[in-house]
Design a protein around this ligand. Structure first.
Ligand code: SAM
Ligand code: SF4
Length: 360
C-alpha cells in the first residue's frame, strides 16, 4: 500500500520488518523508495561521485571463503602478484587522472613479508604522490599491530566486509575452522574503528540461506556499528567454489540486483552522510548497474586501474566486467556514464566520509 510506504519513508529510523517491506516494494512503492534515497543523497552528500582507483594487486590468498573464485584451494587460478613498480604505475595513473584516492585490494595474507611489503609500499606511495593520494586498504583480517603499522605508513580507510551479519550464515559460507571466524571478523572491525580508520564494511546480497529479514538486519548492523563507508553488492556464483552447489537456492540474478539497489537506497536513508560504493558486482549483472546505484544513493565508484593483463585472474565471480580492458578505456566510458546520472565527478578531492568527519 502506497500510504504505508509513505509512512515508513517519513521516518528516520526503520524496524527490521519495515525494511523488509521496503525490500519487497514494487512499482510505485519502489519508485518512492528510490526517490527518497536520491533526495537524501543530494541533501547530505551532494550529487558528487568520488573515484577510488582500484588496484587488485594480487590474487594470492591464504583463505578459503566458500563463495570466492580466488580462494586458496581453487587450482584453476593463475596466481599473480604485481611488482611494486606496477602498483606505483597504477597509482601514478590515478594521480594524473585526478582520481585522488586508490584502493589496494588483494587476497588475504598475514605473514611478515607481506605486512612489511605493504608498509613500505604505503610509504612509497605517499612519497611518490607527495601525500596527495588517499589510500584505502582492503586486505582482510590482520592483527591490531599490523593495522597500526599500516595506518602510520599512510593508510586511512579500511574496507572489511562482514559478508553477512548473521553469524549462522557466516558459518555456512566459510570453512569451519579458526581461520574463518565471525567473531574475529567483527573484532577486526572494532580494532579498525578504535585505531581511527574510516571503516567500511558490507555484505553480499542474495546469498543462499539469506532471507529478507537477514538483509534488513545487515543494514541495522551497519547502523548500529556506525560505519563510515559501505561496499555491498549482489552475490554472484562461481562454478569453481563450494557454494556453487547451492545455486538452485538462489534468486535470479536480476532479482539479486534489484535487492542490492534497494539495500543501497535504504542504507542511504538510514545513514545519510556515509560513503556508499557502487560495487563492481552490480555491473556484472547489468552493464549500467553502477550508474543505477548512483541514482539511488551510492556516491563512490571504484574504477579498476589494475594493469589489464592481470584482470582475468581476479575473478571472484563469473562475468566480472572490464576484465580485458586497460584503465584508460574504462575511465573515459565511465565519465560519460556518470554524467548521464546527473552527478559530477569529484576530481582531485579525497571525498572522505562526511560521517567520519562529523563524528570526529
Ligand atoms: N581478501 C580481502 C577480503 O576478503 O576482505 C579483499 C578481497 S575480497 C575478494 C573482496 C570482497 O569480494 C569480499 O569481501 C567479498 O564480499 C567479495 N566477493 C568474493 N566473492 C564474491 C562473489 N562470489 N560474489 C560477490 N562478491 C564476492
Ligand atoms: Fe581470499 Fe578475500 Fe576471497 Fe576470502 S574473499 S578467499 S579472503 S580473496
Amino acid at each position: 500500500m502506497i500510504g504505508q510506504i509513505h509512512n515508513i519513508l517519513n521516518k528516520d529510523s526503520f524496524t527490521s520488518s519495515e525494511i523488509v517491506e521496503l525490500l519487497e516494494s514494487e512499482g510505485e512503492n519502489r519508485t518512492l523508495l528510490f526517490k527518497k534515497a536520491a533526495e537524501i543523497k543530494e541533501k547530505y552528500v551532494g550529487n558528487i561521485v568520488y573515484y577510488r582507483g582500484l588496484i587488485e594487486f594480487s590474487n594470492i590468498c591464504g583463505k578459503n571463503c566458500e563463495y570466492c573464485g580466488i580462494r586458496a584451494s581453487n587450482i584453476n587460478v593463475d596466481r599473480y602478484n604485481l611488482t611494486d613498480d606496477e602498483i606505483l604505475g597504477a597509482v601514478s595513473f590515478a594521480l594524473e587522472n585526478r582520481y585522488a584516492s586508490v584502493v589496494l585490494q588483494a587476497g588475504e595474507l598475514a605473514n611478515e613479508v607481506f605486512i612489511d611489503r605493504i608498509e613500505k609500499l604505503l610509504l612509497k606511495i605517499k612519497e611518490l604522490t607527495n601525500n596527495e593520494i588517499g589510500i584505502t586498504l582492503s586486505l582482510g583480517e590482520q592483527t591490531e599491530e599490523t593495522y597500526k603499522r599500516w595506518m602510520i605508513a599512510g593508510a586511512h580507510r579500511y574496507l572489511l566486509r562482514i559478508e553477512s551479519s548473521n553469524s549462522e550464515i557466516y558459518k555456512k559460507i566459510h570453512p569451519d575452522n579458526p581461520n574463518h571466524n565471525f567473531e574475529t571478523r567483527l573484532n577486526c572491525l572494532k580494532i579498525l574503528k578504535k585505531l581511527g580508520y574510516q571503516v567500511g564494511t558490507g555484505v553480499m546480497i542474495g546469498l543462499p540461506f539469506q532471507t529478507y529479514s537477514d538483509m534488513a538486519n545487515d543494514l541495522l548492523f551497519m547502523r548500529e556499528f556506525d560505519i563510515d563507508m559501505c561496499g555491498m553488492g549482489p552475490y554472484i556464483e562461481h562454478s569453481d567454489t563450494p557454494l556453487y552447489r547451492f545455486k538452485n537456492m538462489l534468486e535470479p540474478k536480476e532479482k539479486r540486483f534489484d535487492l542490492a539497489l534497494k539495500m543501497i537506497a535504504i542504507l542511504r536513508i538510514l545513514m545519510k552522510d556515509i560513503n556508499i560504493a557502487a560495487a563492481t558486482a552490480l555491473q556484472a549483472i547489468d552493464p549500467m548497474g553502477r550508474e543505477k546505484a548512483i541514482k539511488v544513493g551510492a556516491n563512490i565508484i571504484m574504477p579498476n586501474i589494475t594493469p589489464g593483463k592481470y584482470r582475468n585472474n581476479y575473478k571472484l565471480y563469473e562475468n566480472k566486467p572490464c576484465t580485458d580492458e586497460d584503465a584508460e578505456d574504462c575511465s573515459s566510458c565511465l565519465e560519460a556514464r556518470i554524467a548521464l546520472t546527473g552527478n559530477e565527478i569529484g576530481y582531485g578531492e579525497w571525498g572522505d566520509s562526511k560521517h567520519y568527519k562529523r563524528n570526529k
